[in-house]
Design a protein around this ligand. Structure first.
Ligand code: FAD
Ligand code: UDP
Length: 363
């Protein structure tokens, strides 16, 4: 078999590259995907009850990148959606991320925005250097809020103390000195009107694109001649683990359907201190689907399983840096995506990365 371009992995990174190659270059491209479906971790589908679920956990699109938003808007319409998260602390549901409302509910106060700024200043721990996620939290909100909101959630999510995690992890969560209780503050936010899988299907509508599902690329790659491979799978697997296995955090998604219209107050409720799961998502509250039953998903973080989150510790980054040196030597392979680049990319960032990689490739 001969293809000029081969893409390994049918996630957003691979699909974006394939779409560009097929539509802009008018070249044939083969996508090889080991799962039995396209869309990677943004895959959504209807369950037995006919409720649209996100099979790999809740996905909310949000970005400040206008070009990425416009690019994806060619393939889907959007339901305007402002994501909201509540977190269960001391028996109460309070808004996440930390806003004036959160502080007031947590301490049963009625502070103004200015007073909350002062309050947090008094709580904050002065540190000479911010080296870890624990430092990030302590320096912004102090010990008590750190313990109530971040410490145990993070230990559950990552299996290690926040003091061992890179600053990037807890820095994802903003601290707002206002009453904006939206989870994200990006300019563009939404849910694809008919779901992510439908959006991905549309991106792949081109006779130049051929897809091989249920196939690990190593099973077939020797029989394919190609000029360029776009690789979006795990890098350690590509190199047969020559520098050891990279650590990823996995999640066991447990779905439950209830014979009632509504399960919880918000699309996502976090449980930092109670239960073994980190959060519960109620899908109908993301998708606006009407149905007399409702499906939820509990997330139990685990060490073993599908690789979802690259592990943001110093040691893991150093280990990946060794692979990176080898990656730079590859003439025929472009590595992009969450697994291949071992980066905690959001959807918009992965699409941006693929668009950039495409531009560099054709130059
Ligand atoms: P993937 O989607 O992982 O695609 C890689 C593909 O490669 C997979 O389909 C895999 O099966 C395939 N593959 C791997 N190895 C091989 C092989 N050997 N042969 C063939 N195929 C192979 N982002 C947001 O912007 N908003 C959110 O709300 C959000 N929520 C998230 C929640 C969870 C629980 C997780 C895990 C991620 C979330 N993300 C979110 C991030 C988002 O999922 C990623 O940015 C995006 O899916 C990355 O796309 P990708 O193509 O890099 O990787
Ligand atoms: N986090 C936390 N408490 C929360 C929510 C998040 O401690 O209630 C920390 C946790 O370490 C998590 C990180 O902040 O991994 C990023 O949270 P986000 O909601 O962005 O996680 P994702 O959706 O990527 O799993």
């Amino acid at each position: 078999m001969k293809y000029k371009y081969v893409v390994v992995g049918a996630g957003l990174a691979g699909i974006t590259m394939a779409e560009r190659i097929a539509n802009v270059l008018d070249e044939k491209v083969l996508i090889i995907e080991k799962r039995n479906h396209i869309a990677g971790n943004v895959y959504d589908s209807y369950n037995e009850e006919g409720i649209l679920i996100h099979n790999y956990g809740p996905h909310i699109f949000h970005t400040n990148d206008r070009e990425v938003y416009q690019y994806l808007s060619q393939f889907t319409q959007w339901n305007d959606f402002w994501h909201r998260v509540l977190t269960y602390v001391d028996g109460n549901l309070i808004p996440m991320p930390i806003t004036v409302e959160t502080i007031n509910k947590l301490y049963n106060l009625n502070l103004t925005c200015f007073e909350v700024e002062e309050f947090l200043k008094n709580q904050a721990v002065e540190l000479s250097e911010i080296k870890t996620s624990k430092d990030v939290a302590l320096s912004k909100v102090g010990q008590d809020i750190y313990e109530k909101i971040f410490e145990t959630y993070t230990k559950k999510q990552w299996g290690i103390d926040p003091g061992e995690l890179d600053t990037s992890v807890i820095s994802r969560i903003p601290i707002r000195l206002n009453r904006d209780t939206r989870y994200f503050s990006d300019r563009y936010q939404g849910m694809p009107k008919h779901g992510y899988t439908k959006m991905c299907e549309k991106m792949l509508v081109n006779k130049n694109i051929h897809i091989l599902l249920n196939t690990d690329y190593k099973e077939v790659i020797d029989e394919i001649s190609y000029d360029t491979m776009i690789y979006t799978g795990p890098t350690d697997y590509f190199y047969d683990y020559k520098y050891g296995k990279l650590s990823y955090r996995s999640i066991n998604f447990v779905f439950e359907t209830y014979d009632k219209e509504e399960f919880q107050e918000a699309p996502v409720v976090n449980y930092p201190n109670d239960y073994d799961y980190t959060r519960i998502t109620e899908f109908k509250k993301l998708t606006w689907q009407e149905h007399n039953k409702t499906t939820i998903c509990k997330e139990f973080p685990t060490e073993e399983g599908e690789p979802y989150y690259p592990f943001p510790t110093k040691e893991c980054k150093e280990q990946f840096a060794r692979y990176k040196e080898d990656m730079k030597q590859e003439k025929k392979v472009i590595f992009i995506g969450r697994l291949a680049e071992y980066r905690y990319y959001n959807m918009d960032a992965v699409v941006r990365r693929a668009l950039q990689a495409f531009d560099e490739m054709i130059k």
